[in-house]
Design a protein around this ligand. Structure first.
Ligand code: ADE
Length: 257
């Protein structure tokens, strides 16, 4: 998978050198590059923003540097051999995805992460200030599959932090990035529920014992206990997720919880 990020604060993305994502880059599983939007300005002051037409507070990102940056990213993506299939690049007919982080976007969920993890080329456009001139998004629709994407119902100062979260969520689903793929199976949101609580040694810590069932060695009872806790925890913390569950995915014991 190839990932390009365009930002006026490329240093923000330095965290992507670390941990599992950093390792996946070294292994060639992810090819990630970060471009400074100011490199694509043409004036002496390297201006990326201007006042909004129609008035109002704040500044809007100018369209010209964005178009030049995205064209450059497209050209390099077309020329680059895709790591999964040497010599292939973006598969013919598959347009790269342009993710535009914005509080006005579609909510980024595990389902979206799974969908984007299947794509060959993702481009992230980090807006700042009041956002990017909307014509960039319209123009980009002719070249990319455009996905305005929100992390949740709150406002960040720009797209960079959202990109860190999304690249981590997507990157860990790329085959080979997580050493033990089984750890992806029982985590929160893999089956529409929150994950069960976990414990490790010692069995007694500050007068608090580990739930006895986990020491029983009885796999069936442990699985039932975990499932019950998933259901109860999800009902308490995220009733919206319980309402969205497919009733066919619940067994009789689930319904009794
Ligand atoms: N940029 C500003 N706020 C955001 C949010 N909630 N999600 C994604 N990008 C953002």
């Amino acid at each position: 998978m190839r990932i390009d990020v365009v930002s006026i604060f490329p240093e923000y993305l330095a965290a992507l050198d670390l941990s599992l994502i950093g390792k996946a880059r070294l292994q060639g599983l992810l090819e990630l590059s970060v471009e400074d939007l100011r490199r694509y300005t043409t004036d002496r002051h390297r201006t990326v923003d201007d006042t909004p037409y129609g008035g109002g507070a704040g500044m809007v990102m100018k369209p010209e540097p964005w178009a030049l940056a995205l064209e450059d990213v497209l050209e390099r993506g077309a020329a680059a051999p895709g790591p999964a299939a040497p010599g292939a690049g973006t598969p013919p007919g598959e347009r790269p995805v342009l993710v535009v982080p914005s509080p006005a976007g579609e909510v980024f969920t595990q389902a979206v992460a799974r969908e984007l993890a299947e794509r060959e080329h993702l481009v992230f456009a980090c807006g700042r200030y009041e956002g990017i001139d909307e014509r960039v998004v319209d123009w980009a629709r002719e070249r990319f599959e455009v996905r305005p994407m929100s992390l949740g119902d709150y406002v960040l100062n720009g797209g960079e932090v959202a990109v860190l979260a999304m690249v981590e969520a997507i990157g860990r689903l790329v085959p080979g990035v997580i050493g033990n793929p089984e750890s992806l199976v029982e985590e929160s949101h893999s089956d529409g529920l929150l994950e069960y609580p976990v414990y490790t040694k010692p069995a007694l810590w500050r007068d608090r014992p580990v739930p006895e069932v986990l020491l029983s060695g009885h796999h069936g009872r442990i699985a039932r206990w975990r499932r019950d806790l998933q259901l109860r925890r999800t009902a308490a913390r995220r009733p919206d997720l319980v309402a969205a569950l497919d009733p066919a995915a619940l067994d009789r014991a689930d319904r009794a919880v």
